[in-house]
Design a protein around this ligand. Structure first.
Ligand SMILES: C[S@@+](CC[C@H](N)C(=O)[O-])C[C@H]1O[C@@H](n2cnc3c(N)ncnc32)[C@H](O)[C@@H]1O
Length: 166
């Protein structure tokens, strides 16, 4: 009986992990060098409203808030939501950086002028459609490692790509 419970538990965990991977990207934190390139591609974010899609442990949200943005993250994994909120408090950025526990596909991105993401190949087509539909002209999207299928690259810094909403 305990063995059956363990097997069911493991299957449920596998299904959850598979669902996480298919609905977005697995958790791979951006390294320091990548973070610097992302921030350079974002330009001057001071006074702007910025969003990190799939915000992980909050490192990009924290960097955006430190650079003067009103920084938001949307993250589906409850553990990472808890951890990133803890990191924000520890960084003294409460009131400047916010994490929303949400599925990115149901999250309204229309109010953001700067959007960052570290996605995965299979979500880029759908994400391009969503962001092009929702973002206002002048908004900038900065993507690490993955390009959108049809959105022209406005700026490139090694493996970091910027896209401008027109
Ligand atoms: C590659 S990690 C990037 C983490 C962070 N942005 C960074 O660069 O360090 C992708 C993140 O997206 C989150 N994620 C995956 N699917 C998601 C979804 N449908 N909605 C919101 N977040 C999602 C994962 O939990 C993970 O934390």
């Amino acid at each position: 009986m305990p063995l059956l419970a363990v097997a069911v538990g493991l299957l449920a965990l596998d299904a959850f992990v598979l669902w996480l991977v298919l609905s977005g990207a697995p958790y791979i934190p951006t390294k320091k060098a990548g973070l610097e390139k992302i921030m350079a591609c974002c330009g001057d974010v001071s006074g702007r409203k910025a969003l990190d899609i799939g915000s992980g442990d909050g490192r990009i949200v924290i960097a955006l808030a430190r650079a003067g943005a009103e920084a938001h993250g949307v993250e589906i994994n409850p553990l990472l939501v808890w951890w990133s909120r803890y990191n924000i408090r520890r960084a003294g950025l409460s009131g400047k950086a916010f994490i929303h526990r949400h599925n990115l596909w149901n999250f309204d991105c229309s109010g953001y002028q700067v959007v960052t993401l570290f996605g995965i190949t299979h979500i880029m087509k759908r994400l391009e459609k969503k962001l092009r539909r929702e973002l206002k002209p002048g908004a900038r999207v900065v993507s690490i490692a993955f390009k959108f299928p049809t959105w022209p690259v406005a700026q490139k810094n090694e493996v970091v790509y910027a896209f401008d909403q027109t």
